[in-house]
Ligand binder design. Structure first.
Ligand code: GDP
Length: 311
């Protein structure tokens, strides 16, 4: 058995109330409730009885993720049986996302920059489905975009002068778009400009009919920032489909330094926003350093896209 075949995360799926199969988030007034923890303490992920060379144990100390059934993201037209012993194998690694029959054609074969737009009305009008990447400056958005398309410098296009405040469209395989939106919360930007950015992206979220889902990037190596919570809750309240992409999950700060582990930050973030969503939004843990989560994001995008195209 080789190391790459070992699961990075092992899921324990708890029985619980049946998941609500709604695809899109529903706005809800924030309520204070306690929820079971999403994550357990780190444990060995090895579940095989095969003998494994000692050297493999030393590098396989990934945390085990525990998710209760009501915290799973179940795509539409997907059956989840509480008694299915194979349910854990149908959940994307490092996420709460169940794989559906629409998960196919996920590979990126071709990627090209198409245009920068300053208004929603100026965006491409060919009706192809799209996913918008948004997050605080420095969250790792360009790194993730490059990692998704396996090109070292494609995202540089939207970092060129004059384009950082634009809606930048990248066409993938000639049949869907990745959209790079301006980073928010850039401390050095004048207050007036910061407000404009937020008005501008909110208009795009509310009016872009081909937007399948926003991918909101959150830095999992630090504790939740107010501006990220505001963004996530705004998307929830406005029923904009959203996937949380937790970045920099390779950065494992030691507790004695006051830092929390990425799993704890991911769990805390869910808890802080859960009042704004009737069902748990999909989330994926990623790292552009190790490429953790890259294939999972692409498969999730494929299943959302293929469902969107059929309806
Ligand atoms: P952007 O401003 O959101 O486009 O962020 P960048 O992609 O330019 O990344 C900002 C900084 O975070 C850079 O120094 C990257 O090298 C670093 N970074 C980005 N992604 C990761 C990651 O997954 N892990 C780690 N450790 N660092 C990252």
């Amino acid at each position: 058995m080789v190391l790459t075949q070992l699961p990075r995360f092992q899921y324990l799926v708890f029985k619980g109330p049946p998941p609500n199969l709604n695809f899109f988030p529903k706005p809800k007034l924030p309520i204070k409730v306690t929820c079971p923890t999403l994550f357990s303490a780190p444990k060995s992920t090895l579940s095989t009885t095969e003998p494994i060379p000692i050297s493999q144990f030393s590098v396989s100390e990934e945390p085990r993720v525990e998710i209760s059934l009501d915290k799973l993201f179940v795509p539409p037209e997907t059956e989840v049986s509480f008694d299915d012993p194979n349910l854990s194998t149908r959940i994307l690694k490092g996420s709460n996302i169940v794989v559906s029959k629409y998960a196919r054609e996920a590979q990126v074969l071709q990627a090209e920059f198409v245009k920068s737009s300053v208004r929603t009305e100026d965006c491409p009008s060919d009706g192809l489905p799209e996913f918008a990447l948004v997050g605080r400056s420095n969250v790792g958005k360009s790194s993730l975009l490059n990692s998704l398309v396996r090109r070292k410098r494609l995202a540089l296009t939207s970092k060129k002068p004059g384009k950082t405040q634009c809606i930048n469209h990248f066409r993938i395989n000639d049949n869907w778009y990745l959209v790079d939106l301006p980073g928010y919360g850039y401390a050095a930007a004048p207050q007036e400009l910061r407000t404009d950015w937020s008005k501008f992206t909110k208009d795009y979220f509310l009016n872009r009919s081909t937007l399948v889902s926003v991918f909101l990037l959150i830095d999992a190596s630090i504790t939740a920032k107010k501006i990220d919570l505001e963004y996530a809750s705004w998307l929830g309240q406005n029923q904009i489909p959203m996937t949380l992409i937790f970045t920099k999950c390779d950065k494992r700060k030691k507790k004695k330094n006051g830092g929390k582990r990425p799993e704890e930050n991911v769990s805390d973030f869910q808890e802080l926003i859960r009042g704004f969503f009737q069902t748990a939004p999909p989330w994926i843990m990623t790292s552009s350093v190790t490429n953790q989560g890259r294939d999972e994001i692409l498969l999730h995008m494929a299943q959302l896209r293929n469902y969107w195209l059929k309806h």
